[in-house]
Structures are given as C-alpha cells and as structure tokens.
Design a protein around this ligand. Sequence first.
Ligand SMILES: Nc1nc2c(ncn2[C@@H]2O[C@H](COP(=O)(O)OP(=O)(O)OP(=O)(O)O)[C@@H](O)[C@H]2O)c(=O)[nH]1
Ligand SMILES: [Mg+2]
Length: 300
Amino acid sequence: MLGFTRGLKKTKDRLFRPLKGIFASSVLDRESIDEIEAVLLSADLGIDAAERIIDRLRERAGAGKPGEYLRIVGDELLAMIDEVPPPVRRDGSPHVIVVIGVNGVGKTSTIGKLAYRFRSEGKGVLLAACDTFRAAAIEQLALWADRAGVPVVQQKMGADPAAVAFDAVQSARAKEMDIVIIDTAGRLHTKTNLMEELSKIFRVLEKRAGVTNCEAWLVLDANTGQNSIRQAEAFVASLPVTGIVLTKLDSTAKGGVVIPIQAGLRIPVLYVGLGEGIGDMEPFDHRLFVSALLGDEVYS
Ligand SMILES: Nc1nc2c(ncn2[C@@H]2O[C@H](COP(=O)(O)OP(=O)(O)OP(=O)(O)O)[C@@H](O)[C@H]2O)c(=O)[nH]1
Ligand SMILES: [Mg+2]
C-alpha cells in the first residue's frame, strides 16, 4: 500500500522543498512572494487558493519563522478543504453507487478497490458490469470482483446497461447485499447520446427498480489537472453526483488540484487513488493530505 505520504511524493517534491527554501530566508519580500505563487500554481492549487495563501502570508510577513510560514500555508489549505460541504448520505438498502467518468480515468480499478475496502469492513458488496460497450470490460470487472472476493452481475457485451443495473439491484436485494457498485463505460462528457445512456440507468433504477438512494460517484484523473473541472460540470449538470474519486495522485506532481476541484464543484472528494494495487486507495483525509504535501513537521 502506498498511502498518502508515498502516494503524494511527487506533489510534495514540487511544493515542500521549494517553499522551505523560500521561507528559510524568513523575509517575505515581493520577489519571494512571486516565487511562492509560482510554486503553488505549479502544484495546480489554482489561482484562488494561491491568492488566499499569499494574502495570509503577507499579513504575517516579517513576523514569522520559517516553520510558521509553512504552518500558515497548511492551515489555509485545511480551511479551504473544510469549506466544502460534507458528503450527502442517501439512506436505503442496498446503497447503489453508479461510477461514472471519461475514458481511462480509473473507474473499473476504483470499483475493485472500493469493493475490497467495503468487504473488509464486513459489508456485502455486489458489482454490476454495465460497461457492455468496450471489448473485455466485463472480464476486467470480473477480475477485480474476483480479487476483492465479491460477486458480479453481468450480461453479454452489447446488452443494455440499464437492464444489467436493474438485474444487479434485484439480485442484491435477493442476497441481502448492502452495496451495489455499478461500472459504466467511459464517455466523453460532450457526447450527448452517451450521457443520455447514463441518465437512463438512473431512470430505470429509480422508476422501475424503486431505488431511492442512487448516487453517482464521479471519477477524475488527477493528471488532467484543472481541466477536469469543466469535464466534471457536464456530468454534475445531468446526474446526481454526490462524490468524487480522484485517481492517480501518485503519478502526478499536480496533486494540489484537489483544492480547486472541490471548491469549484462544491462536491467532496471521497477517496483518492494512490497507486494501481487493490489497497492503493484511501478515504480523503484532510490532515493527512496536507501533511503529505507539506511534510510531517508542519503539524508536529
Ligand atoms: N498510478 C495509478 N494508476 C491508476 C490508478 N487508478 C487507475 N489506474 C490505472 O489507470 C488505467 C485505467 O484504469 P481503468 O480502471 O481501466 O479505467 P476506466 O476508467 O475503467 O477505463 P475505461 O473503462 O476504458 O473508461 C489502468 O492502467 C489502471 O491501473 C491510480 O490511482 N494510480
Ligand atoms: Mg472501465
């Protein structure tokens, strides 16, 4: 398991070392403020967050020791994360989560990781192979189900995804499962017919299967940086997106993007992907995230 500290190493290297170097001089003059801004933007924290941090540092300029400046950055990051509304919980059993997002962001791997996590918490989990479009997608999900030790409901390639979802919910009810996680085919947010196919899954689950607690979890690839906000808006506009899973934080130095994504969409990041293994996903923990970015000493 990579965990936050190792998973966020690339972003930490981009933020922590340069900031520490700048703060070491202790005097925050115009030049060092510009350098700080460049460092923050290079980790994809976004202009709003960078400006907030710099305003806060300016208020304290001249008064701080190097360690205190780092702490000010950390506190401001935590404050921004805390402003995001908490996750919406929709009651009802089974809990139905439809996992959506553009091609290749990590939906199917995320489902395997979620299944593994929920199962190890003692929950009954069932997966639904509703990517009936891409070749081998069903087999890929079945492999993750196997690894996680959970059942999967599937039909043939080309089957109607909404029909597979319906079957899965019926089967989960019969088996008294707690959670159904639905895999969907990757799609560009600009393709209206494919977006309509996703809406149909929700319609069928709500109207025909009588599911009242359907949630969409949107998977975003951290490597896409702030461009993923626009991508996300299209999904959020047409589906009940209650949470975000941000994958591949381990393979980017732009991990700061968590901040503008949450602030821009007002939807919480629930989990972060920190590697390719089944255990390489963690619930998004504010303080661990900030410590992983700025070094443990920020809160020691
Ligand atoms: N390093 C790293 N790689 C990841 C992570 N999550 C997924 N991947 C990799 O991303 C690639 C695509 O993952 P999939 O889970 O197949 O993505 P998908 O969104 O289901 O793809 P489509 O079904 O084709 O749309 C795979 O090679 C995964 O191993 C992560 O957190 N870190
Ligand atoms: Mg997939």
